[in-house]
Design a binder for this molecule. Structure first.
Ligand SMILES: O=C([O-])CC(=O)C(=O)O
Ligand SMILES: [Mg+2]
Length: 542
């Protein structure tokens, strides 16, 4: 879908200041005449190609990634199509700047690098008015909403209203990889306060300067938000992002059967991890249903993966009980076993009858083929843990999923070094290839960016009414099947980022198919071929 001509009457400086239609120096002679731009631009007529190179030249001149982030956000504010063109053409270089890891730093410093508002902010004082104030948003056809309350931003903790960088970054990926038009995307910050004292004391902090709203008042605010969205934007999909675990589960369970929504950290991360496990089976030759998996971390990402793996094991023929018994969880205090005090509800199904054990002892006892970290705790995979995994597995599968890079459980280099290059390693944030014994090993990026754009696109394409577990399982299968044998040989369990748009399309078509099969699709036209969906996608070319 090419972005069309400016609406009648949008001319002159107003056109140059409109990020959706601005082409800046690339307006042709003819357009300059028609749109009253003569005199407002230097004489040379540029092209989007040349402008792309200009952006890259300026970007590479900067000394810090945070400066590059600021440059790219400014570009997004003034020339949307150029921003997305740059992102798509230089994806390996740009994605780590607008997404993890740099977006993590951008959130930390959000108030200090603030230039212009973007997205929609809701505070406790808006109680009772949310439907009305949503009318202030200029777009009438919002389809994709990413909302956070900032309490668990990546592995960085409570960043309050600074967390707005995350919905903005996720939606940029929705447009780039799923072709959701920017005008249909809405980033939302539920600014219910922060318990991060340092932020509240920062004079530049831009959020509500009060302790977090909790309990019934919190739920009432989120209820009102979801209801207001359903009324204002009945076709919109709500993606919950970076909520702290208890709220993440509470909200998912509260709305999943009432609204078109999902939680990316629970369900998106689960599907990307499951896809990595499927792909690893292709390398190791082990049957998926014979695997045992140990999770380090007992938050929403870890148990989200556990729940989807269990679902997949049952789909592969195991009973729920047999499936659960293959999955073990540990945290800093060791194995989560039955009878341990203070177990959260989402952990209980996986707290098996066993004696307590530290992580190393647990690995020796359980002999898992797969170790998955979602702890937010850097260095959680120390040398002994990796070596123990490597001593019991020819090809140990090691996922260090915490973000950003500085929070990863171990680095790619460590996983390879401590396993003599045998580990099948993936991480949530990018790591550079590693040279080991003359062979280049390319770690894959096991990030939910491989999943959520396709889920969203598929759901919107068929006007899904709900997002189901089957959709995530299917997405994981499609993603695993998209990994080329060559990539597997180099150690990557995921396709290269450059294939994200194609992968998202394949996932979207598969998700729409599942939706029809499950009676969860409203669109009358059942023509869900990839080409039909491709034709709906936003194309940032002028
Ligand atoms: O944003 C990312 O890179 C992945 C993610 O959802 C998280 O770490 O919370
Ligand atoms: Mg997240």
């Amino acid at each position: 879908m090419a972005n069309s001509r400016p609406p009648a009457g949008l001319t002159g400086l107003a056109l140059l200041n409109n990020s959706q239609y601005n082409k800046s120096t690339a307006f042709t002679e003819d357009e300059r005449e028609r749109f009253k731009l003569r005199g407002l631009l230097p004489a040379a007529v540029s092209s989007q190609r040349l402008q792309t190179e200009l952006i890259m030249e300026n970007l590479r001149r900067k000394a810090y990634d945070i400066e590059r982030y600021i440059l790219l956000m400014a570009l997004q504010q003034r020339n949307e199509r150029l921003f997305y063109r740059v992102l798509l053409e230089y994806i390996e270089e740009i994605m780590p700047l607008v997404y993890t890891p740099t977006v993590g730093q951008a959130c930390r410093e959000f108030a200090h690098i603030f230039r212009q508002p973007r997205g929609f902010y809701i505070t406790p004082t808006d109680r009772g008015d949310i439907f009305d104030i949503l009318d202030n948003w200029p777009e009438r056809d919002v389809r994709m909403i990413v909302v956070t309350d900032g309490e668990r931003i990546l592995g960085l903790g409570d960043l309050g209203a600074n967390g707005m960088g995350i919905p903005i970054g996720k939606l940029a990926l929705y447009t780039a990889f799923a072709g959701i038009p920017p005008a249909q995307c809405l980033p939302v910050m539920l600014d219910v306060g922060t318990d991060n004292q340092m932020l509240r004391e920062d004079p530049l902090y831009l959020g509500t300067r009060q302790p977090r709203l909790r309990g019934a008042d919190y739920l009432a605010l989120v209820d009102e938000f979801v209801a207001a969205v359903q009324l204002r934007y009945p076709r919109a999909l709500i993606q919950f992002e970076d909520f702290l675990t208890p709220n993440a589960y509470t909200l998912l369970n509260r709305y999943r059967n009432k609204a078109l929504c999902f939680n990316d950290d629970i369900q998106g991360t689960a599907a990307v991890a499951l896809a990595g496990v499927f792909a690893a089976c292709r390398t190791t030759g082990k049957a998926f249903e014979t695997l045992k998996i140990l999770f380090l971390g007992a938050g929403s990402a870890a148990t989200g993966i556990g729940d989807l793996v269990q679902f997949a094991l049952v789909a592969a023929g195991l009973t729920p009980d047999q499936a659960r018994k293959r999955l073990w969880f540990a945290d800093v205090d060791g194995l989560l076993v039955a009878g341990r005090e203070g177990l959260a509800p989402h952990n209980r199904p996986y707290a098996h009858d066993a004696s307590p054990a530290g992580v190393i002892e647990a690995i020796e006892r359980i002999k898992p083929q797969v170790l998955i970290g979602a702890t937010g705790s850097p260095g959680a995979f120390g040398e002994r843990i990796i070596r123990t995994m490597a001593s019991i597995n020819e090809r140990p599968v090691i996922f260090a999923l915490s973000n950003p890079t500085e929070r990863a459980e171990c680095s790619a280099e460590q996983a390879y070094r401590w396993s003599e290059g045998r580990a099948l390693f993936a991480s949530g944030s990018p790591f550079a290839p590693v040279l080991m014994n003359g062979k280049t090993l390319k770690p894959g990026q096991g990030n939910n960016a491989y999943i959520f754009p396709g889920i969203g696109l598929g759901a919107l394409a068929c006007q899904a009414t709900r997002i189901s577990d089957e959709m995530f399982l299917k997405a994981a299968e499609v993603l695993a099947d998209s990994v080329a044998d060559d990539d597997l040989r180099q150690g990557s369990l995921y396709p290269p980022l450059s294939q994200l748009r194609e992968v998202s399309l394949k996932i979207a078509a598969a998700v729409a198919e599942v939706a029809y099969r499950q009676g969860l699709a409203k669109a009358a036209d059942r023509d869900i071929r990839i080409e039909t969906i491709r034709a709906m996608m936003y194309d940032p070319v002028y």
